[in-house]
Design a protein around this ligand. Structure first.
Ligand SMILES: Cc1cc2nc3c(=O)[nH]c(=O)nc-3n(C[C@H](O)[C@H](O)[C@H](O)COP(=O)(O)OP(=O)(O)OC[C@H]3O[C@@H](n4cnc5c(N)ncnc54)[C@H](O)[C@@H]3O)c2cc1C
Length: 409
């Protein structure tokens, strides 16, 4: 029997033959959009969320480091994270009295500059952030040392630090609430893989999606929430999308001599970042150089990376961390927007019922509340109402004009 004849027997048939909104991918982005739609009294349509991996074993959402920051270089990205901070810390207000009260563990982010050019980037970023209401301060090397005596700052010209609404939050709990509440309020989730899409004769809309099971489902809108597979999903509709999986490595470690205060999420000039994790444990993240696109199923660990790049960078910055021991490690995928590492959100200009929610690179978890709210508004009203996300639209991709974000991790 040829491969094309093989049906995905695990897939579950849907209750209907057509839905107003079909969401491809049910991790944090797909579930955020489904939940915001079910919340909106002006939306009375049907929602189907198709998820190929319902245990979310390979999703970026399951491999995240789950941090939030206000230190972005564009006002829009600051506003997106401000909404996230408000949403996370007021979950019962948004999701009902049973929702948990979550906190942000505000150890802060500390960007370090060892060149005048990057110091200028930090100064410019601080102006944008404080104008938007964030509490970012720029610090000289000595000021960093005064606040955190464990750092070696010999090569550091400037740092920028904010300890309000910056740090760890429990993203998996928020994801769980988005998903469970969306289902409870009528969004239908099925296990299945979208394999193909059919456009209308004029080419202006996607009429249906086809699942691996062979089932064809009509759609009013299709929302691409397929994370690192976003380009493959867009290609099904004949659309090019500059998003690819990039491997990102995480290590959790303990130190023979723990620090006497919380370690901010330190973005070292080497590109390595590290932060407080538990009370006596720390987390580091990084990638290989060069940093090629990865296969969808490549989650292999590169053990030389810790020894040759990550640990030396950490021990140089914090000499007290000369003796540290890795406890856990894993590999996840960023959905990297190779044009400008920023989100791509909203409708395609020509295939107008194909909606992007893609390319979140390393900051998608914190952007999920604003993206879910924005895409749900767009699907309901044909416009953004709370926060204008149109600068993040596909138009810039088609024109090849980056919407640059200087503060990328
Ligand atoms: C190591 C690492 C650290 C990170 N740290 C942070 C951080 O500190 N803060 C932050 O804000 N962000 C962080 N991120 C980024 C963040 O985790 C992601 O941006 C976010 O989880 C993306 O969610 P998503 O729903 O778009 O994608 P995913 O979680 O990847 O979900 C996409 C889903 O689509 C499904 N799917 C794909 N194709 C199909 C198809 N054809 N049919 C059906 N289903 C399909 C997949 O199975 C998957 O479940 C990090 C990411 C990584 C990898």
């Amino acid at each position: 029997m040829g491969a094309a004849m093989v049906k995905d027997v695990r897939a579950v048939a849907t209750k209907r033959q057509a839905y107003d909104v079909v969401i491809v991918g049910g991790a944090i982005m797909g579930s955020a959009t489904a939940w915001f739609l079910t919340q909106n009294p002006d939306f009375d349509g049907t929602i189907l969320v198709v998820e190929r991996d319902p245990g979310y074993e390979f999703a970026s959402t399951s491999h995240t480091n789950s941090c939030i920051r206000q230190q972005f270089s564009s006002t829009l990205n600051v506003r997106i994270s401000q909404f996230a901070a408000e949403f996370i810390q007021n979950l019962p207000k948004h999701m009902g009295p049973d929702a948990p009260r979550l906190k942000i563990h505000n150890f802060g982010y500390l960007y370090m500059a060892d060149t005048p050019a990057f110091a200028d980037v930090l100064r410019a970023g601080q102006k944008v952030q404080t104008a938007a209401g964030a509490g970012t301060r720029v610090l000289t090397g000595q000021q960093i040392k005064d606040a955190y005596p464990f750092y070696n700052v010999d090569d550091i010209l400037l740092g920028s630090l904010n300890t309000k609404d910056e740090g760890y939050w429990d993203g998996i709990t928020v994801f769980d609430w988005f998903r469970r509440q969306a289902r409870a309020k009528g969004a239908e989730y099925i296990r299945g893989e979208v394999m193909a899409m059919t456009r209308n004769a004029a080419g202006t809309a996607v009429e249906s999606v086809t699942l691996a099971s062979g089932q064809v489902i009509g759609c009013g809108h299709v929302v691409n929430c397929s994370g690192p597979r976003a380009a493959a999903t867009a290609r099904m509709a004949g659309i090019d999308l500059p998003v690819e999986p990039r491997k990102r490595y995480t290590w959790v470690f303990t130190a023979e001599q723990p620090l006497d205060r919380d370690l901010p999420l330190t973005i070292d000039p080497s590109g390595v970042h590290f932060r407080q994790d538990g009370k006596q444990s720390y987390m580091a993240g990084g990638h290989s150089d060069p940093d090629p696109g990865a296969a969808f199923d490549d989650f292999a660990m590169d053990h030389s990376l810790w020894e040759n790049k990550i640990w030396p960078a950490i021990a140089t910055r914090i000499p007290q961390f000369e003796a540290i021991r890795v406890q856990r490690e894993w590999v996840g995928h960023y959905a990297m927007n190779t044009l400008d590492q920023n989100a791509i959100v909203g409708p395609h200009p020509e295939v107008t019922n194909f909606i992007f929610q893609n390319g979140f690179s390393g900051h998608g978890l914190q952007q999920s509340p604003a993206m879910g709210r924005g895409v749900a508004e767009w699907l309901t009203y044909g416009e953004y109402r709370s926060l204008d996300l149109s600068p993040l639209g596909y138009g810039r991709i088609a024109r090849g004009e980056p919407y640059l974000e200087a503060a990328i991790i």
